[in-house]
Design a protein around this ligand. Structure first.
Ligand SMILES: Nc1ncnc2c1ncn2[C@@H]1O[C@H](COP(=O)(O)OP(=O)(O)OP(=O)(O)O)[C@@H](O)[C@H]1O
Ligand SMILES: [Mg+2]
Length: 390
C-alpha cells in the first residue's frame, strides 16, 4: 500500500531526480519573461518514457506558483491546434480573472478568444455544435481572420496584455509537439516570433520526441533562436539511485548496495524503467532492506509488465508491414540505422519502404535521428523486438 513508485505515462514520480539543470533554466526563463527581458522559450525533447510530460507538468506548477496563467495541450497528428489552444488559453485566463481589477478587460479578451475558437474550420460548417463554453459574445475583427498565423499572433498579444495588467505572464504548454500539423507549426513559430519581438509575457513551452527541433526548423528557419532546446536523457547512476532511495526513505525502507547495482543494470537509468523495476522489487521484498535477491526475483515480473504496458501497447499500433520494418531495424542494431540498410535487409527498394517508415514516424515509434538514419523512440525497443517471435 505504501509503495511510492509510479510507472505510467505522465505519472508524477515520488522524486523528480536528475532534472535540476532544466528546472533552474526554466526558473530563469520565467523570471526574465516576467521582467520583459528578451528570452527564448524552452522545448524539452527526449525518448519515450524519459520524463518529458512530468517535466512539463513541473514547469507548469512553477509558473502557477508565480501566479502566472497556464494552459496545456497535447498535440495530435492531423488535428489543428486552434481549438485546443483556445481551450488552454481559456484556462489560463480563468486563473488570472479573479485577481484582475477590470472585469471588462477579461470580457474583451474572452470575446476575442471565442471569435478565434469559432474560426475552427470544422466548427464553422455548422455540423458540429461545439461551443467553447465562453459566455460573452464573440467579438469581430480580431483573431478571427481564419489565417492561423495572424489569429494566433493577435490572440497571444491580447492574452499577454491581460497578463501584463497583473504583472505576471502566461505559459502555454504543448506536449507531443512533434505531432502539431506542419502548417500549424509554422503559424505557432511565427506567433512566438512576433511576441518575442514585442516582449509580451507569454511563452510557449514544448515537449516532444528527439526530432522535434528539426520539425521546428524545417518550418521556420529562425526557430532555433526562438527556443532553447533541452534534451533530456536517461538518469545517471546517482540520480537513478536517488529516484529509488529518497521515496523509500520516507517510508523507512532501504536498499542494499547490490540491489541498487542490479536495479541500475536492469533499468539502465531510464525513468520509466526505474519506476517499473522499483515498484515490483518493493512489492516482492518481504522486508527492508530490499536486497539483490529481491531484485532478481522481481525482475521477470517487471519485465513482463513492461512487455505488455510499455512495449506491447506501442507494438500493437503497428501494421504487419510496419512490424517487419521494425524487426529489420532491430536486427541491425541498437544505434540509429541507415534506411538503406533496412531496405537491404528486407530485400526491398528503399522507395517502396517509405510508406511504412513515414507511418512509423507519424505513430511516434521511430524518428529520423539525422538525414538517412532512423532510430526507435522507445528505449530498449530493439531488445524487446528481438525477443519477440517473428
Ligand atoms: N526525473 C525523474 N525521476 C524519476 N522518475 C521519473 C523522472 N521523470 C519521469 N519519471 C517517471 O518516468 C515515467 C515516464 O514519465 P513521462 O510520462 O513524463 O515520460 P515521457 O517522456 O513524457 O514519455 P512519452 O514520450 O511516452 O510521453 C513516469 O512513471 C514518471 O513517474
Ligand atoms: Mg509524455
Amino acid at each position: 500500500m505504501r509503495n511510492p513508485y509510479a510507472p505510467g505515462a505522465g505519472q508524477r514520480p515520488p522524486e523528480l531526480a536528475g532534472r535540476d539543470r532544466e528546472l533552474q533554466q526554466f526558473e530563469v526563463v520565467l523570471e526574465r519573461v516576467a521582467r520583459g527581458r528578451p528570452e527564448r522559450s524552452m522545448v524539452v525533447t527526449g525518448l519515450r518514457g524519459v520524463g518529458k510530460t512530468v517535466l512539463l507538468n513541473t514547469f507548469k506548477s512553477m509558473a502557477m506558483q508565480r501566479l502566472w496563467g497556464t494552459g496545456k495541450i497535447e498535440a495530435r497528428p492531423d488535428q489543428s491546434i486552434r481549438r485546443p489552444v483556445a481551450a488552454a488559453l481559456h484556462m489560463a485566463i480563468r486563473e488570472l480573472a479573479p485577481r484582475h481589477r477590470a472585469p471588462e478587460r477579461i470580457e474583451e479578451f474572452l470575446g476575442v478568444l471565442k471569435a478565434f475558437a469559432m474560426r475552427d474550420p470544422s466548427a464553422a460548417k455548422g455540423t458540429s455544435h461545439w461551443s467553447p463554453g465562453i459566455e460573452v459574445p464573440a467579438s469581430r475583427g480580431r483573431a478571427d481572420s481564419g489565417d492561423l498565423e495572424i489569429d494566433l499572433t493577435e490572440l497571444f498579444v491580447d492574452a499577454a496584455s491581460v497578463a501584463t495588467d497583473l504583472a505576471v505572464g502566461i505559459a502555454l504548454f504543448i506536449d507531443e509537439m512533434q505531432d502539431v500539423p506542419a502548417s500549424d507549426v509554422s503559424a505557432l513559430c511565427a506567433a512566438c516570433h512576433e511576441l518575442s519581438q514585442s516582449g509580451g509575457p507569454l511563452i510557449v513551452v514544448g515537449a516532444g520526441l528527439p526530432h522535434l527541433p528539426s520539425v521546428l526548423s524545417a518550418s521556420k528557419s529562425y526557430s532555433e533562436r526562438l527556443f532553447r532546446y533541452a534534451r533530456i536523457d536517461k538518469l545517471d547512476r546517482e540520480a537513478a539511485d536517488l529516484a529509488l532511495i529518497l521515496p523509500a526513505r520516507e517510508e523507512e525502507v532501504e536498499f542494499t548496495r547490490e540491489a541498487l547495482d542490479a536495479l541500475y543494470e536492469a533499468a539502465d537509468g531510464y525513468p520509466y524503467f526505474v519506476q517499473a523495476y522499483g515498484k515490483v522489487a518493493w512489492d516482492l521484498a518481504p522486508r527492508t532492506p530490499i536486497t539483490l535477491d529481491d531484485v532478481k526475483v522481481s525482475a521477470p515480473e517487471a519485465e513482463e509488465e513492461l512487455a505488455v504496458g510499455f512495449f506491447g501497447s506501442r507494438y500493437e499500433r503497428a501494421t504487419p508491414a510496419e512490424r517487419d520494418y521494425m524487426h529489420a531495424m532491430a536486427q541491425i542494431g541498437d544505434e540509429p540505422v541507415a534506411t538503406a540498410e533496412v531496405a537491404e535487409a528486407l530485400g526491398r527498394k528503399p522507395s517502396s519502404l517509405s510508406p511504412a517508415r513515414d507511418s512509423l514516424i507519424k505513430k511516434g515509434l521511430i524518428y529520423s535521428a539525422e538525414r538517412g538514419l532512423i532510430a526507435f523512440t522507445v528505449p530498449h525497443f530493439g531488445r524487446f523486438l528481438r525477443a519477440q517471435p517473428v
